[in-house]
Design a protein around this ligand. Structure first.
Ligand code: 5GP
Length: 178
């Protein structure tokens, strides 16, 4: 389906499932090369990154581990600017190579908060893998080493991303029709 409706909003298809799979494979190949022999710990940021994290993991052929943290900063389509930690990390990350796996880096405020928290525990390194980066929206200097897609300032849903809790199950990514 090329156009969908969720509650009051209409969305057009923007990135197909095939394009996503190709993009995720490309980023996984980079990680396979960069982290060979280093056994990184992937940290998936719930809820939005669950599909991306799963597909990324499936394409990694290096030794790696996975854990999840959960933050929330969004209600509807508007950011509140407040980042709340909902579920924290339980295992030690001291001395580990960490790859944060995020759905979207938008203003970068969520990611900055995550980086602040993780840095206290002295990991060996931290890199960011984000399915989507909106470069024009960045408010803080967050370096996203692995970005699958850079997109303009549009609200999107699908492939794990929601609008008011809905749309996460869509295999494609759709952008809102203003
Ligand atoms: P940031 O703190 O970088 O502004 O926001 C990050 C979070 O906002 C993302 O993890 C995501 O949950 C949410 N977000 C930002 N842009 C979008 C968007 O276009 N669509 C959806 N569904 N969520 C978004």
């Amino acid at each position: 389906m090329s156009t969908i409706k969720i509650n009051d909003k209409v969305f057009n298809i923007s990135i197909t499932h095939e394009m996503i799979q190709e993009g995720v494979k490309r980023v996984a190949d980079e990680i396979n090369k960069d982290y060979k022999g280093r056994k990184p710990l992937l940290l998936g940021v719930l809820n939005g990154s669950f599909m991306f994290t799963a597909d990324l993991m499936k394409n990694l052929d290096i030794e790696c581990e996975i854990s999840f943290v959960k933050f929330s900063s969004y209600e509807g389509t508007d950011t509140t600017g407040n980042v709340r930690q909902l579920i924290g990390l339980t295992e030690s990350i001291k001395g580990r190579d960490i790859i944060i796996v995020e759905d979207i880096v938008d203003t970068g405020l969520t990611m900055q908060k995550i980086l602040d928290i993780l840095t206290v525990d002295e990991p060996q390194s931290i890199a960011i893998a984000s399915l989507i980066l909106k470069p024009a929206r960045l408010k803080v200097p967050v370096y996203v080493k692995y970005s699958v897609f850079n997109i303009p300032d549009r609200f999107i849903v699908g492939y794990g991303l929601d609008y008011d809790g809905l749309g996460r199950n869509l295999p494609n990514i759709y952008e809102v029709v203003e």
